[in-house]
Design a protein around this ligand. Sequence first.
Ligand code: FUL
Length: 466
Amino acid sequence: MLLFATLLKAQDLKPLPPVPTKYQQQWQEMEFYIFVHFGPNTFTDKEWGAGNEPEDAFNPTQMDCKQWVRIAKAAGAKGIIITAKHHDGFCLWPSKYSNHTVKQSKWRNGKGDVLKDLSRACKEAGLKFGVYISPWDRNHPAYGTPAYNDVYINTMKEIFSKYGPIWELWWDGANGEGPNGKKMVYDFHRFEETIRKISPATVIFSDIGPDIRWIGNEKGIAGETNWNLLDTAGFKRGNGAPETDTLNSGNVNGKNWIPGEADVSIRPGWFYHKEEDQKVKTPEQLFDLYLKSVGRGTNLLLNVPPDRRGLMTSYDSAALMGFKKLREDNFKYNLIKNESVQIVDNKNQRITFHLSDENSSTFDSLPSSNHSSVYIKCKEKKKINCVVLQEPIAMGQRISEFKVLLLNDKDEPIREISGTTIGRKRILTFDQTEISGMSIRIDQSKDLPLLSEIAAYNILLSPVTK
Ligand code: FUL
């Protein structure tokens, strides 16, 4: 009966706009996936190619996209996004719209096609496939003229029709043309319309969306306050984008639902450089980034660049496996899964089953927008150092201030952790504390506060995470 009453209440609630589209919601469940920077730069030891590198520079000796996919999958990543074309303009597929592609290289006698191999391997393994197609092109002769907009559109259409479905499209904002460089006026409006028409399920990333925004740094770190909302009116991609601080935390009253994606490389550079083999991030550093990206409500896009053989190295794959193990081990036991959870305001309290059912699509509402709480009583004392909270984002992001109060056996607070936003997921870490219960108090919310999950863990806190 109680359960029924709670369900009815949840159904009566109205979403607080803006809310995510179906595709944005599905995207937000993916949490972690792999970025692949690969191309002539891999062979010339550069980060930004000039566009005049001979096509033969690209010549991987043991190219194997299945190996990338095996590693990505074993690491628990849900997809791969590849630099189909970086700023040097080189196309990793035999494009009809460029003379600077794998077809003009001696790799596999001009018959190779990285996008074909990778899209197939992803499909076979059940990973999503995404592409980075750099608008800035230092090779294409039409770049800097209106004709390039047509070239770019044809290029996108070609990729989508030959290698689709494309789950995420990445529009990079970089442009290093300098004062005497070519000035290109991109027709992003038409680019976007084209994709919406040919592939409505694709989510499009750029500094300002339309579907996913840049998190404002290339360190993989989202703001501790992170709204999935952004105002884009008057802003442009690249130089005209909002301040990086704004991208990092979103706008509290932003008009559009544009969640952040935190991109970072496992190495110092985006492309492979042999001298960085010893500088691969450790599993602990990667786990720390997970806490600061996924744990602040964004997705984590982790770049793992293949080497000149066309393979991911053992340094990178070892770090990825360690990272996977840390996530698995640390989040294996929700220590409050079987405890009683109650929603409390001044006068009333009721039991809820939704918040600890490990199903983030069920949720419950708290009775008021300020100072109502969720109270959890533990049957026995337990040591915890991590609390995970989730809001049901399909209903809009609401909570802007909360406190987690860790309680002793007399229900007195022994530690208080304050936070602002929760969003899709908020992971809080603190020094290990022995508790008999805890209380999540919502101090401010834009509308009735809703929560979908609460969990507590005792994770391995290495020095980086403290
Ligand atoms: C930047 C680019 O200029 C870098 O080369 C890299 O691709 C990174 C992900 O985005 O804007």
